[in-house]
Write a protein that binds this ligand. Sequence first.
Ligand code: CP
Length: 304
Amino acid sequence: MKHLIDISDLSTTEIDELIEVANDIIENPVKYQEKCKYKKLATLFFEPSTRTRLSFEAAMIELGGNVLGFSEAASSSAAKGESISDTVRVVSYYSDIIAMRHFKEGAPMAASLKSDVPIINAGDGGHNHPTQTLTDLLTIKREKGRLQDLTIGLCGDLKFGRTVHSLINAMIRYENIKFVLISPPELKLPDYIKNDVLDKNNIPYEEYADIEEVVPKLDILYMTRVQKERFFNESDYERLKDSCILTSDKLKTAKKDMIILHPLPRVNEITTAVDDDKRACYFNQARYGKYIRMALILKLLEVN
Ligand code: CP
């Protein structure tokens, strides 16, 4: 039985196959509408979510299956002190596959040790978000036509932003990838990712504090929200929350075919005027999330 806890659980071939299936689902949705008939997806969300939980649920429904679950810890027996292991062990008796989001790093991994069914990490603390990464890869493939030969700007909260950590781990597999890391000093990419992932694999990267000076060289600008919920104190968040804001003015020197991504939700790190720029792909990105999760459910349930 396969789980998806970290993007490294998938080989490059498997990622490419998931993208291929997602593209086929987009083209031929009717072909897939009964693939998961009588199957049940449980969504166990101990942290808030709009896109991930609802796109998982929509994905299973569009595959002909059913969904059950909870959207906050307070409405589950976690509120009475039940452990993750016990919760998952029991829910795996009621469902065929589980998508779990938790505020504790490693919680989905712990869950996978006790589960009778596949576990999908739907985001664990500031650690990883592999299904967002699959969404990002599908979006890049569809919007840029390739996953290699790209200069990718990652901007905002690179310290706590789990989507960025997973995306780096995925993109380093492809040829000729360069990263431009744009953040205030306090929100820089953690050293363990720089050392163990980028340096170890000889992936070139540069670090900047401002978007303007680097935007002309980017093929992709991946914006992120400053992760308020991961800060230890409010005053640090208030000081840093507006450190990287993308405006239409800052895009004047960007390539005409650069794409702007953001895992969403945004707070104010992209002004709404940018939404009308044809390079803004973040709402399409959210749309593609459902299709790649459909492909992932099929894979983990071994449905052909
Ligand atoms: N991108 C993402 O994980 O969004 P949600 O927090 O709304 O699920």
